[in-house]
Write a protein that binds this ligand. Structure first.
Ligand code: BES
Ligand code: ZN
Length: 843
């Protein structure tokens, strides 16, 4: 179907056709004819650079009400641009050069690959044929791994080969027509690839994981995840995956982490491949997560698509929420839902505390250009989106636990999702339509109007700070709750007024008290705060504590009266409060201190309490599914941030040194408490025992030990690099970083190892370690790498960000470097084409 514009004078007819086409395309002759072969010939054309649209005027009038065929030719050189149809150049371990060609269309780059109506709401069925000419000598060498993949499988008999003159051959691949879908989901991949394959549901869907030939052994982990997650989603959403095959492909040069093209999901190598020797627990979890995330898009995004990019959270927020369900299915031993607060929600709370944040549903006028659309793939859309969805589910399924394995239970939230998906499948939806589908199909909870209630969460930026205060005259046995919009600069500029709906949120809150809790989920009570002040909580005795938002299921921060913080600190120290709750309290307290809402001493007391949780007190043994990983995640965050802030007070400042010593003592005490050095020592650091989360925790403590100079840990780190011992992958980044920071010799050693690395995870660790230096000469050396081929185009942002994040000096030097090298840097991250400047925003 063609998209016509500007009626050409004749009644109901037009003379103009408007197509998206990237500036890189050289478009040849264009013809248009109706099914009965009435031809319209081109009269003139105009290119609109701003909107990347080609306007063609025809000599004959065209009836927009009829079906037309447009034929045109176009060409462009295949660049290493990582957008549109592009090439990856890569080297194998022998140093031989190879080339692979693939695509990345989202958000608005399908137009760079072919002229089209490049908008998510203009869905079509794509009928694709790919012809490739090759040198016959490359084909005859016997171990030909050459593949051509598209969204859909080949048609029966769709492959044919012809010999051309001069020793060339021409292969033709005719693919099955795609389901009705948006242009941003199209994909094809051409190059040498090997696969591992498996089947879902007795052969209904053929699933393959692909990589370049040297990665043949790294494909099985993702494949196993995929064949577990796909049928689980089919069951949960009540809609079968509509294609006969699903390919997951690791691409050597890839800008994002992964892309959900329907039937042909593409990945950065480090997001898909899992090597038994080199992948850390975090790397394996990331591979599982990206598989779970992109598979979620097969429903949220591909089957039902947001009408326009301003509702991108319907794609990305959902995929981010559902990825935790998929990860729990594939790897129940991760306890993934217990990681949601630290990996997703707490990031969103930081990002959404800026006054320059944006609402989940963005005003349409602010999302018209490619730059604006690219900018929407951010922490708000992903992490706030997922957090608000999770909060809604936890509210809607009150009384029906959704913890761990119950994430797959069919609660009112899932009932709503199912009907939303089946109502809008193969079509587009706006966020308003999502909310009404949910409200219509899920039983009302306490008669609440869901659409009204969720409005502020969706349509305005930021989130509330809920403050508890003793209720006067109640002998300290009751507290009142009030809310005010929270900003990182403090709440003094913000007010809540019951007359102004935009100044307050509908907050479904939960809480536990010491008396009522008894360590079980049954102790969780709930209420609604939908006025500026009002809700009340009573506690049983003067010694009782109350903690709001257990499990951090809600998207808000909480402040308490001074003595309540102290009681909570005691619960943190004793291990009575969980690892997740400890991390939440620390994260809130830190943000409140930054905003000037809480004394820094309260935060330090709490961080100290967090660091003093002992193995014995928490009852979290290394065999447990969960561990104290979350608690330490935020203990480390608070400690590191405070030390870094004091760094700014001038080098050698006594405050900074005292703080660093204090933190170092706490870190060494925890390392001793966990027996880390002794247990690592038994295998020379090669093995880490215990549950998944415990192994993550050991990695964190090791990293803290290196950072704060714990003698045992530092010794182990030095020994292992000096002796070329491959320590456990969870420890390697810390070892590489310590070596790179140690001076010119160490830096050179890491650089050599980086140049030789073939495994993507290993390479990434070495690359980031090269950026994490903090002395002037080494920062200089790191920045000098950016413009050399050593730092690949796809890694420039992460590398410069690592330099800037490692120290105050690094931040200043990275900023100067960015200004002085703006032009060449711009060219490098662009891959030399005309892509938008938004890529630099990441720097
Ligand atoms: N749709 C995105 C990929 C994308 C991002 C395309 C930005 C265009 C612009 C994909 O589903 C995605 O979100 N990928 C994430 C990984 C995921 C596990 C959070 C990514 O690339 O980081
Ligand atoms: Zn996504």
């Amino acid at each position: 179907k063609a998209h016509f514009a500007e009626p050409g004078g004749d009644k109901g007819l037009t003379r103009c056709l408007v197509l998206h086409a990237g500036a890189n395309l050289a478009v040849g002759d264009i013809e248009i004819h109706t099914v009965d072969n009435a031809l319209a010939r081109e009269k003139s054309r105009r290119y609109v650079e701003d909107t990347e649209q080609l306007i063609i005027e025809f000599q004959e009038p065209i009836d927009p009400g009829r079906l037309h065929h447009i034929s045109l030719t176009y060409s462009y050189p295949l660049a290493e641009a990582m957008r549109g149809f592009y090439r990856s150049n890569y080297k194998d371990s022998q140093g031989r050069e190879h080339m692979l060609a693939s695509t990345q269309m989202e958000a608005a780059d399908a137009r760079r690959a072919f002229p089209c109506f490049d908008q998510p709401d203009m869905k079509a069925n794509f009928d694709m044929t790919i012809r490739v000419t090759r040198d016959a000598r490359d084909v005859d060498n016997g171990d030909d791994n050459f593949q051509v993949l598209f969204n859909t499988p080949l048609k029966d008999g769709g492959y044919s080969r012809r010999s051309l003159q001069g020793g060339a051959i021409l292969d033709e691949y005719v693919f099955e027509v795609t389901p009705t879908m948006s242009t941003y989901l199209m994909a094809w991949v051409i190059g040498d690839l090997v696969a591992q394959t498996s089947y879902v549901d007795g052969g209904r869907v053929k699933v393959s994981v692909w990589g370049t030939p040297e990665h043949a052994n790294d494909l099985s982990d993702a494949l196993e995840s995929c064949v577990k997650i796909l049928p689980a989603y089919e069951k949960l959403f009540g809609i079968a995956f509509p294609l006969k095959k699903l390919d997951l492909v690791a691409i050597p040069s890839f800008e994002a982490g992964a892309m959900e093209n329907w039937g042909l999901i593409t990945y950065r190598e480090s997001s898909l491949l899992v090597s038994a020797e080199d992948a850390s627990d975090g790397d394996v979890m990331w591979a599982t997560t990206t598989v779970a995330h992109e598979l979620a898009h097969m429903w949220f995004g591909n089957l039902v698509t947001m009408e326009w990019w301003n509702d991108l959270f319907l794609n990305e927020g959902f995929a981010e929420y559902i990825q935790y369900i998929g990860t729990s299915v594939a790897k129940p031993q991760y306890g993934a839902d217990k990681l949601f607060p630290i990996l997703t929600l707490q990031n969103a709370l930081v990002a959404d505390s800026f006054s320059a944040s944006h609402p989940l549903h963005v005003p349409y006028e602010e999302t018209l250009s490619g730059i604006e659309i690219d900018g929407l793939f951010d922490t708000i859309t992903y992490d706030k989106g997922a957090s608000v969805i999770r909060m809604l589910r936890s509210y809607m399924s009150q009384g029906q636990s959704i913890e761990s394995d119950h994430l797959l239970s069919v609660d009112p939230f899932v009932t709503g999702l199912r009907s939303y998906l089946s109502e809008y499948k193969y079509e587009n939806a706006k966020s308003a339509e999502f909310w009404s589908a949910m409200a219509k199909n899920s039983p009302p909870v306490d008669g609440v109007d869901l659409i009204e209630s969720m409005r502020q969460w969706i349509s305005r930026p930021n989130y509330p700070l809920v403050s508890l205060a003793w209720k006067p005259g109640t002998d300290l046995s009751a507290l009142t709750l009030s809310q005010v919009p929270f900003l990182r600069t403090g709440t003094h500029t913000e007010t809540c007024s019951d007359a102004d709906p935009d100044s307050k949120w509908w907050i479904p809150f939960t809480y536990i008290t010491k008396e009522g809790q008894g360590g079980s989920e049954e102790g969780v009570r709930s209420g609604i705060l939908d006025t500026c002040a009002g809700a009340e909580i009573s506690i049983a005795s003067r010694e009782d504590y109350v903690m709001v938002n257990p499990g951090q299921s809600g998207f808000y921060r909480v402040n308490y009266p001074q003595e309540m913080w102290a009681r909570l600190g005691a619960g943190v120290k004793s291990g009575e409060l969980s690892s997740v709750d400890t991390s939440m309290l620390l994260d809130d307290a830190y943000a409140l201190v930054e905003a000037g809402e809480l004394e820094v001493g309260t935060l330090l007391d709490l961080a100290l309490a967090g660091s003093q949780r002992t193995v014995a007190a928490t009852g979290l043994s290394s065999a447990n599914l969960t561990s104290d990983y979350q608690a330490w995640y935020d203990v480390a965050y608070v400690f590191n941030s405070l030390v870094a802030k004091l760094e700014g007070s001038g080098s050698g400042s006594s405050c900074h040194d005292a703080m660093e010593t204090f933190v170092g003592e706490r870190v060494s005490a925890a390392i001793a408490d966990y027996g880390l050095v002794a247990s690592l020592g038994r295998t020379g650091g090669r093995q880490i025992e215990g549950s998944f989360q415990h192994r993550l925790l050991m990695g964190s403590l090791f990293s803290l030990g290196v950072r704060y100079g714990d003698a045992g840990v530092s010794n182990l780190a030095q020994q292992s690099f000096a002796n070329g011992v491959a320590v456990h992958p969870n420890l390697r980044y810390s070892v590489f970083k310590a070596t790179a920071k140690s001076g010119n010799t160490g830096y050179g050693q890491v650089l050599t190892k980086y140049a030789q690395a073939i495994d993507a995870d290993e390479k990434e660790k070495l690359m980031l370690a090269l950026g994490a230096v903090d002395t002037e000469p080494l920062i200089q050396r790191a920045l000098a790498l950016v413009m050399t081929p050593a730092i690949e185009s796809m890694d420039v942002r992460a590398f410069v960000a690592r330099v800037a994040g490692a120290s105050e000096l690094g931040r200043a030097m990275a900023w100067t470097f960015l200004q002085e090298n703006f032009e060449p840097l711009y060219a490098k991250v662009n891959g030399g084409t005309d892509v938008q400047s938004s890529r630099l925003a990441g720097l």
